[in-house]
Design a protein. Sequence first.
Length: 655
Amino acid sequence: MSSTIDSVLIENRVFPPSAEMVRQANISGMDAYRALCAEAEADLEGFWARYARSELAWHKPFTKTLDESNAPFYRWFHDGELNASYNCLDRHLATQPDKTAIIFEADDGKVTTITYKALYHDVCRFANALKGKGIKSGDRVLIYMPMSIEAAVAMQACARIGATHSVVFGGFSAKSIHERIIDAGAIAVITADGQYRGGREIPLKPVVDEAFAMGDCDGVKNVIVYKRTGSPVAMKAGRDMWWSDAVKGQADTCEPTWVGAEHPLFLLYTSGSTGKPKGVQHSTGGYLLLAQLTMKWTFDYKPTDIFWCTADVGWVTGHTYIVYGPLACGATEIMFEGVPTYPDAGRFWKMIQDHRVTVFYTAPTAIRSLIKAGGDLPKKYDLSSLRILGSVGEPINPEAWMWYYETVGRSRCPIVDTWWQTETGGHMINPLPGATPLKPGSCTFPLPGIIADIVDETGRTVEFGKGGMLVMKRPWPSMIRTIWGDPERFRKTYFPEDFHGKYYLAGDGASRDTEGYIRIMGRIDDVLNVSGHRLGTMEVESALVANPLVAEAAVVGRPDELTGEAICAFVVLKQTRPSAADAERIAKELRDWVGKEIGPIAKPREIRFGENLPKTRSGKIMRRLLRSLAKGEVITQDTSTLENPAILEQLKHVS
């Protein structure tokens, strides 16, 4: 990578917030934003301490805001004690016990609602059930659940007793579950018999059983199964128990376990370029602070809002903006089991109309697929309740931004295009709806208290108009604390010595225009971003090579209109290069194999077969050439260092 990246995209369209939006906003106008930024820059610790005291309910107040003595293993508010579930539930009981907390819409359209008081009692009953199984503070519990109120109950119940939860997305494979059980040292699993998506029933408990069959999961003593579909599943006596039986007779109150602010609230596994998933560890106090604060800043939360984040609880977006942030604010939110195109492509718009959604937060992938499915469809629905739109998961291209703004928001709803990561815990760079003039495709400016910069590979700030590497120059409360069980990998990945071990390296390239607007330009490493999901190329390559037919594989991404990036695999078989007819059959077999090894999201869109891969004489695969081939570009780079230049012609052909 060169010291800077040329930014070729110029965006001159600007959309200032309306006078009405500015008037009622929690952060009103750019002067208010700049004042908060100045406060944070003058006294970062004082700034975050002020909000930590005003936003969170502490059992034992903290006296020390930031401990940098063992950087980059920063500690925030570490001598204070609190409980995340108490902050999300108990503190609302005196003021709004009968307010609706969650509106759950099932795949088939059935709607269930639950109040804060009822949710509190459900969480307490389940927390007591977990305690009855001997699960205690500090234990790890793996959760593999459908989108449901029960998924939120399971997460909140773990938080209530101080157990650290690790949620696995309900589309991941048995191998993924197996790896995470072992790495986290989980002692219990919470799952369901199955789930519904797009009119189809998808099994969950059988996948968990398959993970156990792989061995080395003896540490798991309890499996609790929520009955969602009613399909028969195998239940192992002494280990497996139905959710309904577990909560039967349990008290509907449960004293929260008070934990230190640095207590691990959850582990969430994300892909890494080494092939081994990494367990991102988040704290309780600092994480919860940004989750709640960004609800008020980014989404301009008002008590009358109906908030809908379309993410799955298996991703960090579902953690922060379904299970913790909205509930900590006392919001009414929607949870949705299904997919945006079932029973038809009007599903999202009908739900916004029916539930009178005011704040809608979804991914560019969903936006692009809905444009393709029916760009004029939103006009058939009453979307007048909307006041703020959000985008998450990957950069949104300007034209999709314009469609979202004009067709969904009727040119009156600001779009908060949010940049953040599993590792950051909450929003980092995004517009404020009542302050920031918007530019399509730009996540605009860092939030107050977030000290971001764009630097070259020596750590020097690059000039406006150029691109470089996005870094955070100072710690922030919701940041990753470590990689579970691998502190050295944490240090090398996020605080590399190239930057003197001081700057957090986000792994994204970014540019800043002449007015300081930030635009994310994509990953600087080999992590793919498919439909907002980050997948390590090494993981997909490892899965392919695990197939008996495959000798070698290299995986790259290419831009895709629908999913952001599509996975392209270049494969060398152990047998001779297949004929066209055989290639199609083997490619399907390999796609299915990867789906089973990792999950359907990781299936390569394209597989190309060659007798070899383009390598230097030292044996290094020339990935930049593969990226060019995947994009269909004419190879203009120097190929003189290649051991086998003729191989490029073979790899042009897609199976």
